[in-house]
Design a protein around this ligand. Structure first.
Ligand SMILES: [Zn+2]
Length: 424
């Protein structure tokens, strides 16, 4: 072995195992691994997981906070207006620089795979070129998957369909959409049909911003599931946000979920953004606006949590920490049961890896040795503490490390150091 990480716990509950790594891949996962190793790391009984995966992000807008001004109201509408003001001022250099900086943050947080939407409603396709360049630059340490996203509507915005096709020709690999932003429900449905057929024709995956409203009568996820089924796109289509499902009639949802399941459509909720952007027209009671995560899971539909935004026109906070995302998702969806809390960890690791179609993801022999050692013993503790990433490995090499979170106390009769774990 090139490296053995000894005495770690795994997300599936196995404890005290050793993980052997050879030629950038995991070669063995077992207790008391006896093979000789070039190097050994003591895992200290901490949780070793495959990296965090963000299935929904906007890297063309990230870290643009304050450009050209801040979002004073914090609302979606001011955010969209702000993005409209910023777009004509964007330069490729600045886009690349901000994206690379965000990727540094991501690596430091053990986030090694990101699906990012890239706005194609710009005839110059400046952001597409910039992010394709970034994708290549970061490939040695981070998998960046790009979605051609017609922010202003593929039918509503002049030239958007042509731009979207050009973006795919340039190497963008997923077809995006935003049916609820088209002019009418009918046009929205038409955009879903057209974009699914485009993806089917090119053998691509689909990921649409879908029903990102509080409108209980929004029906685009139904249309997306229908065309997925019709075109045989099972397992390759994702509905992002699906916030209107929060407000839909219960009887209708009881019909909708089996349709999604039958079509093999997955879902991505974005808890930090949904909880702040949705329900803004409500007085009280005020809707949460996140989609029905426990119900989707119970119906056998894969659900991931995405970050969506970090320090951009729509959201002034965030740091690339998928444990913060899982923490918010857990609270908003009231997923406080033991199994449900573990599902929230899966929603930022294993499940989004499946949605992106990542090859060799996991902690098992044959998988890439892409691993994160957390300062926590299990997934629930990791979420509770937003645990420090002690080590981040890519292909068996350490690419980031952080000190454990510790504070010193100066209190009479109390220990010098505070430990936030309950040691049994
Ligand atoms: Zn989004």
């Amino acid at each position: 072995m090139d490296l053995i990480v000894r005495n770690v716990n795994l997300p599936d509950g196995r404890a005290g195992v050793d993980v052997g790594i050879r030629d950038g891949r995991i070669a063995a996962v077992q207790a008391h691994l006896t093979a000789p190793a070039g190097e050994e790391i003591d895992g200290g009984g901490n949780l070793l997981t495959a990296p965090f995966v963000d299935a929904h992000f906007h890297m063309d807008a990230t870290l643009s906070y304050g450009l050209p001004r801040v979002n004073r109201s914090g609302t979606l509408l001011e955010g969209i207006a702000l993005w409209g003001e910023l777009k004509p001022r964007l330069t490729q250099e600045a886009l690349v620089e901000r994206a690379l900086r965000y990727c540094d943050w991501a690596v430091a947080k053990g986030l090694l795979a990101i699906r990012s939407h890239v706005d194609v409603c710009d005839a110059r396709l400046l952001a597409v070129e910039a992010l394709l360049h970034v994708k290549q630059r970061v490939a040695p340490y981070l998998d960046l998957q790009l979605v051609a996203f017609p922010q202003d509507g593929v039918l509503r915005s002049a030239g958007a369909l042509d731009n979207l096709r050009r973006a795919l020709d340039m190497g963008v690999e997923v077809v995006g959409g935003i049916p609820h932003f088209e002019r009418t429900m009918t046009e929205g449905a038409e955009s879903v049909r057209l974009l699914c057929e485009l993806a089917a024709g090119r053998g691509l995956r689909v990921d649409m911003h879908c029903d990102e409203t509080d409108d209980p009568l929004s029906r685009h996820i139904e249309t997306l599931s229908f065309h997925t089924q019709r075109l045989g796109l099972h397992g390759r289509v994702n509905g992002s946000h699906l916030t209107s499902m929060h407000s839909m009639d219960n009887y209708y949802v009881s019909k909708l979920l089996p349709l999604m399941r039958e079509a093999g459509v997955s879902a991505v909720a974005n808890p930090l953004i949904n909880i702040t952007i949705q329900g803004r027209h409500d007085t009280y009671p005020k809707r949460r606006g996140m989609t029905r995560v426990p119900e989707l899971l119970a119906a056998g539909i894969p659900v991931a949590f995405g970050h969506d935004c970090v320090m951009d026109p729509w959201y002034s906070l965030g740091s690339g920490d998928m444990l913060e995302v899982a923490h918010m998702g857990l609270h908003v969806a009231q997923m406080t049961g033991q199994e449900a809390m573990r599902a929230c960890f899966d929603a930022v690791t294993r499940v989004p890896a499946g949605i992106l179609g990542l090859e060799g993801y996991g902690v098992a022999p044959g998988c890439h040795a892409d691993l994160v050692l957390l300062d926590a013993r299990d997934p629930v503790e990791a979420i509770r503490l937003r645990a420090a990433r002690l080590l981040v490995l890519r292909r068996g090499k350490v690419i980031a490390r952080s000190a454990p979170a510790q504070a010193r106390l100066s209190l009479p009769g109390r220990p010098a150091q505070v430990d936030f774990r309950l040691v049994p």
